[in-house]
Design a protein around this ligand. Structure first.
Ligand code: URA
Length: 424
């Protein structure tokens, strides 16, 4: 067997056999035998020609087998996780993990750092003084057993094939291929060892999958891969037409998550969080009302425990930016559009996100939406509050907001946040 023959098969629209896939992924993840250009050529061939269902299942399994799989059997509780395809202001995990842990389940959330205009969960948590994302496997298991939730970085031995392939996809513009995205996400979640998984597939201007039908296809592909690997999986498709909640940016999102955990917070964020929580509980056979559990205050205590167990100290407060600027309404009327992607790009340019994986992010930069679509606003009133660490970071962010805000005489249609559910 050789790499050329495998690339040729896929380039010409053929289907790779399990043997070819296992051989390629093994050699590739060993790090020496398949050069980057051959792996990139195969990724590009998959990008153009897609994969058959069985071929994709084999590909995903080979990715899982490229590294270790966590054994969560000693945790002694049912395990369930959530994965979001990412969006602007998506801080749901910070509320959901302690909420589900408060229901007696264990949530082993291994997460990533953000790249591009969407924020990463680890970046948000790292805005908390002293908090560390890296946990040994032993500590993870202890924390899951004792507290019920972790948010942590995946260890390097999990799925090395995905880590290497994702870097190549990033620089060869082959990220947005449904089979490659689905196998990348699901192989990491399967290797994490969770028994059940709820996917939050975002769609709309601020999402990876702007188009609803594309989001549905991705969701179906991932749910199918979950089912084929024996992991109970469902997906919700949720809207990312505007920022989720009011805050986008690392410390700003921690602060808003604390508001929700303390009984307040914006209703769109609460709605999405509770819908995902309900799916997680149902998949695990737990008959509790997540809204009541949230209102009990227990998840706030669990969050504190999770943070302290990973070295964090919420009593030190969250860092705040030195500079602020507002963007004001140019006329009076209903805010009919607040474009999600533009706000995400602006927050990124302020310093909340990174362009390359080596870049650092600002814990304090970001944007607070002082008005959301549907709100009535007078000319001159602030719509957005931009937070930055330097004076000069504002101009590029303001450029990104060109055309992002629309005000009209009539209230915009109230579109559903939870757009669909995929369960097979
Ligand atoms: N997130 C992932 O983990 N992998 C992808 O391919 C895309 C988004």
């Amino acid at each position: 067997m050789d790499a050329i023959e495998i690339i040729q098969t896929k380039r010409d629209g053929g289907t790779l056999s399990k043997k070819q896939i296992d051989w390629f992924i093994k050699k590739f993840s060993d790090g020496e035998n398949i050069p980057d250009e051959q792996a990139a050529a195969l990724a590009m061939s998959i990008f153009f020609n897609g994969m058959e269902a069985e071929e994709l299942t084999n590909w995903t399994k080979a990715m899982v087998d490229s590294g270790v799989t966590l054994d969560l059997s000693s945790v002694g509780k049912p395990t369930v996780d959530k994965h979001s395809t990412g969006g602007v202001g998506d801080k749901v995990s910070l509320i959901l993990v302690p909420l589900i842990a408060s229901c007696g389940l264990a949530v082993p959330q291994l997460s990533g750092r953000g790249l591009g205009h969407g924020g990463g969960t680890l970046d948000k948590m790292e805005a908390i003084s002293g908090w560390t994302a890296s946990l040994s496997e032993e500590k993870m298991l202890t924390q899951l057993r004792e507290i019920g939730g972790i948010i942590a970085a995946a260890n390097e031995d999990i799925n090395p094939a995905d880590r290497r392939l994702y870097e190549l996809r990033d620089v060869t513009h082959t990220v947005d291929s449904i089979p490659l995205i689905a196998s990348s996400i699901m192989s990491k979640k399967i290797a994490e060892g969770t028994e059940a998984l709820v996917l939050d597939v975002k769609t709309g201007s601020g999402a990876f999958m702007v188009d609803f039908e594309q989001a549905r296809t991705l969701a179906k592909t991932m749910v199918e891969l979950g089912k084929n690997s024996g992991m109970k999986t469902v997906a919700l498709i949720t809207s990312m037409e505007t920022v989720l909640g009011n805050n986008a940016g690392n410390a700003l999102e921690v602060s808003e998550s604390l508001e929700v955990l303390e009984g307040g917070g914006p209703k769109d964020l609460i709605e999405v969080t509770l819908a995902l929580a309900q799916e997680m509980l149902s998949l695990s056979g737990v008959d509790l009302d997540p809204g009541e559990v949230l209102a009990s205050g227990k998840p706030r205590e669990v969050f504190e425990e999770m943070v302290s167990a990973q070295g964090g100290d919420l009593s030190k407060g969250l860092p705040v930016a030195d500079y602020r600027k507002t963007i004001n309404a140019s006329s009076t009327g209903y805010l009919s559009k607040l474009d999600c992607r533009s706000v995400g790009v602006a927050a990124w340019r302020l310093g909340a996100g990174r362009a390359k994986k080596e870049d650092s992010v600002s814990p304090t930069a970001g944007i607070i939406c002082l008005a959301k679509p549907g709100d009535y606003i007078n000319a001159g009133e602030p719509v957005l509050e931009l937070h930055g660490d330097t004076e000069k970071c504002f101009d590029p962010a303001i450029d990104a907001l060109e055309g992002a805000i629309e005000i009209s005489d009539s209230s915009p249609d109230d579109l559903p946040l939870i757009m669909d559910k995929i369960a097979i």
